[in-house]
Design a protein around this ligand. Structure first.
Ligand code: BGC
Length: 759
């Protein structure tokens, strides 16, 4: 519903006499926004200006009530709208109208490789946020997956700057099209969680610009994002919430960012730096020795009374303050002060549908080898997936993750979902409708974490378990012997050290004895599918014995339904990995070089983390270290049908500096099921002055095909796709010479190559 009454009209009704010419400029929707900002600014007192640039509660800052600017409400983000918390405490307020749709975690969104899904994600989330009265959603996150241990990778969009850029832009555009600001986070270099307040990142300018900044840059220059959150960590010894280089120089000067820089909660540490280095809104500080608990002492924030006093004492003029307030006012006009602001809606059918579609498109079929099928004859082999239930008497589901709600936990992205279909329930419901005679049995198999609440939100199902690990394993193994097939829902969860904010994982292996369990189960019944629930890669020492593996992410409200649909073939999987799935931790550059988590600086509370692998992150590392062959490559993902690519061609053999070059390739569905394939285009610079990765993703296109259908797809690149960042001149360089476009369906499945020359 559109609120059609403008502020001007309200004023008219209130005063009864006002005419449109008497409307103050700042309320006049016919006046340019910048003029309205000037007018509002000129009417504000020093106290009002100081008030709008820092928090008044855990998630809000005050507007300017006297002038009609309402409170500014932020909320996490990024997977749904977080439940309201008490004014000055983290615990949820216990409202009855703040349950939400939990959308799939951003790793799953990235795994769809489908920007249209990102747009739908943003729009649906925006509608939920509107209904909940939020002006800004604290997300999306686009920090690069540099190590599979990083606790918050599940909130981010993978390891590749181009993929993350292409996915973050429509998310932001969708969200902001609803009049809700996005706040892209955590800017920048917040690539792991351990010691996140103390890490000082040391990275080359080249890696900064080629790997860690592009998605933020795209968010600003293409997505036109209205908010950016400064990260907790430091860069060049300065906290990122008031970092001169990152905020003033790169974000605001080079990229022309005109929105607000919001500190991460408690990320501001110094008035002088905050005033000078581009911070606009200070949130969550714990000044004067206060802690992260109940009271935050908002007046004592760095940008509150201490700042006001320094202005009064003449240390600062109000020019920095006015600039910050100007940005805040601009954000008000983009959000709550919009005349056409809608009301939004919560938990609607269309939001659930979006959550389901994103989930099913993001699930990745990692492995699907043929295995003996006794029901079809002694030596007949076929793939286990999609599971054909009709011939099956008994399917055994194993694993805590089949019954654990994953929308609760993990840190600030934790939600109060109106519903979350658990994998066991989703599978049972679908099995009953597809094959009523099939028994779906369950065995827990292992106990992970039985904690059942986060900030006062409790999970619906008790996870209490009194049996020992041996008893649980034995039960699962003996039931596996009686089953036609076994599906294990394992992986990580959102408990501390298992894909959770605040800490990283301690190892790449699966926790809670799952490796031993899987090995015992597959010994008892080789017809086993492992569904991994996580936002990160895990090592799989049993991989050669297990025929089918699915990456199920944290996929929110529709988890059970989405996973069941893919496992049984109601939906043909089309997700592709947004990161490299290393076999071992040492196969990842950051760990191979021993640069993680860094080195404590003697006598300081700072840990220096040097990104010595430089630009060689993810597949850029694996491609040039053949001994580090990944278990599953970046961009990998199977389907229940097969695809064939024709020979790729380009529209020109040589390109001049300002030319574009277009590559075209045909894709045919050669199998028996409709499905989607992602065509991926990587560029290889055959000879360059600086060392370059073997290849870099520069374009992709997802294409849906009926069986037998062929489509031609084209990808156009400009000179920017050929460039590298040259530290010595602090600029991008597209060096003339020979290049090769490598076109395939994953980073390790290149099917066609086209050489061309940049003149
Ligand atoms: C997190 C942010 C989050 C904020 C508010 C911080 O601890 O790092 O991502 O938006 O809290 O909950």
């Amino acid at each position: 519903m559109i609120r059609k009454i403008s502020f001007a009209t309200v004023l008219f009704f209130l005063t009864g006499t006002a005419t449109f010419s008497q409307i103050p400029v700042y309320l006049d929707e016919n006046k340019p926004v910048e003029q309205r900002i000037d007018d509002a600014l000129s009417r504000m007192t020093l106290d009002e200006k100081i008030a709008v640039i820092h928090a008044q509660s855990k998630f809000s800052s005050p507007g300017v009530k006297r002038l009609g600017f309402p409170d500014f409400w932020t909320d996490d983000g990024p997977h749904g709208v977080r439940p309201d918390v008490l004014w000055d405490e983290w615990v949820q307020a216990g409202q009855t109208n703040d349950s939400c749709v939990a959308f799939p975690a951003l790793t799953c969104l990235a795994a769809t490789w489908n920007p249209e899904m990102a747009r739908r994600y943003g729009e649906s989330l925006g509608e939920e946020a509107l209904y909940r009265g939020k002006s800004m959603i604290l997300g999306p996150g686009v920090n690069i997956n540099r190590t599979p241990l990083a606790g918050r990778n599940f909130e981010y969009m993978g390891e590749d700057p181009l993929l993350a850029s292409r996915m973050v832009v429509p998310y932001i555009q969708g969200l902001q099209s609803k009049g809700v600001a996005a706040c892209v986070k955590h800017y920048a270099l917040n690539n792991d969680e351990e010691y996140r307040h103390q890490v000082n990142v040391i990275v080359s300018d080249r890696a900064l610009h080629e790997i860690y900044l592009p998605a933020f840059k795209a968010a600003v220059t293409e997505g036109k994002v209205w908010g950016v959150m400064g990260a907790y960590n430091l860069y060049k010894n300065q906290h990122n919430s008031h970092n001169e280089i990152l905020l003033n120089r790169i974000l605001k000067q080079d990229w022309g960012f005109d929105g607000i820089v919001v500190s991460d909660w408690g990320g501001c540490h110094d008035t002088d730096e905050a005033v000078k280095n581009g911070l606009d809104l200070e949130m969550g500080s714990w000044t004067d020795g206060m802690v992260m608990g109940a009271t935050n002492g908002y007046d004592r924030y760095y940008m509150a009374l201490p700042y006001k006093r320094l202005i009064q004492q003449g240390k600062y003029s109000t020019s920095e303050l006015d600039e910050k307030v100007r940005r805040l006012l601009r954000t008000f006009y983009r959000t709550t002060m919009r005349g056409d602001r809608q009301v939004g809606f919560l938990c609607s059918e269309s939001h659930y549908k979006a959550a389901l579609d994103i989930a099913t498109e993001g699930i990745v079929l990692l492995k699907n080898d043929a295995v003996k099928d006794p029901s079809k004859g002694r030596n007949v082999k076929s793939t286990l997936l999609p599971i054909d239930l009709t011939g099956m008497k008994r399917v055994l589901i194993v694993g805590e993750n089949a019954i654990k709600m994953m929308t609760v936990g993990g840190g600030s992205s934790s939600l109060k979902a109106q519903k979350e279909i658990l994998p066991l329930d989703g599978f049972k419901a679908l099995a009953e409708s597809l094959s009523p005679g099939t028994v779906v049995d369950y065995a827990r198999g292992y106990v992970g974490d039985t904690i059942q609440s986060f900030d006062g939100v409790t999970v619906g199902r008790s996870l209490y378990e009194s049996r020992s690990a041996d008893e649980l394993r034995n039960e699962a193994v003996s039931k596996a012997r009686q089953a036609d097939c076994v599906i294990v829902f394992g992986g990580l969860n959102k408990s501390d050290f298992q894909d959770c904010e605040g800490h990283d994982r301690k190892e790449m292996g699966l926790p809670y004895g799952q490796d031993e369990l899987v090995a015992a189960l597959v010994e008892a019944n080789p017809r086993l599918v492992f569904v991994n629930i996580s936002g990160n890669a895990v090592s799989m020492p049993w991989i050669d014995k297990v025929p089918a593996v699915v990456q199920g992410w944290f996929i929110g409200s529709e988890s059970g339904e989405a996973l069941a649909a893919v496992l049984t073939g109601q939906v043909n999987p089309s997700g592709k990995l947004p990161f490299t799935w290393y076999s071992r931790l040492e196969d990842c550059g950051a760990h191979a070089l021993g640069t993680y988590p860094g080195v404590w600086r003697a006598g300081h509370d700072i840990i220096d983390e040097e990104y010595r692998e430089d630009i060689y992150v993810g597949y850029r590392w694996s491609d040039s270290h053949k001994e580090s062959k990944p278990l599953f490559a970046f961009g990998h993902g199977l389907s229940y049908t097969s695809f064939q690519l024709g020979k790729a061609v380009s529209d020109r053999q040589t390109m001049k500096a300002d030319d574009k070059i277009t590559f075209t390739v045909s894709v045919t569905n050669t199998g028996g099921k409709a499905g989607s394939e992602v065509v991926q285009l990587y560029i290889s610079d055959l000879k360059s002055s600086l060392p370059r990765p073997v290849k870099e993703l520069k374009g992709f296109r997802k294409v849906y095909l009926e069986p037998g259908q062929t489509k031609e797809i084209s990808i156009t690149l400009g000179r920017d796709a050929l460039s590298y960042y040259d530290d010595s001149i602090q600029d991008w360089v597209a060096e003339p010479g020979q290049f090769e476009a490598l076109i395939g369906t994953s980073s390790d499945k290149i099917l066609s190559k086209v050489k061309f020359i940049l003149e």
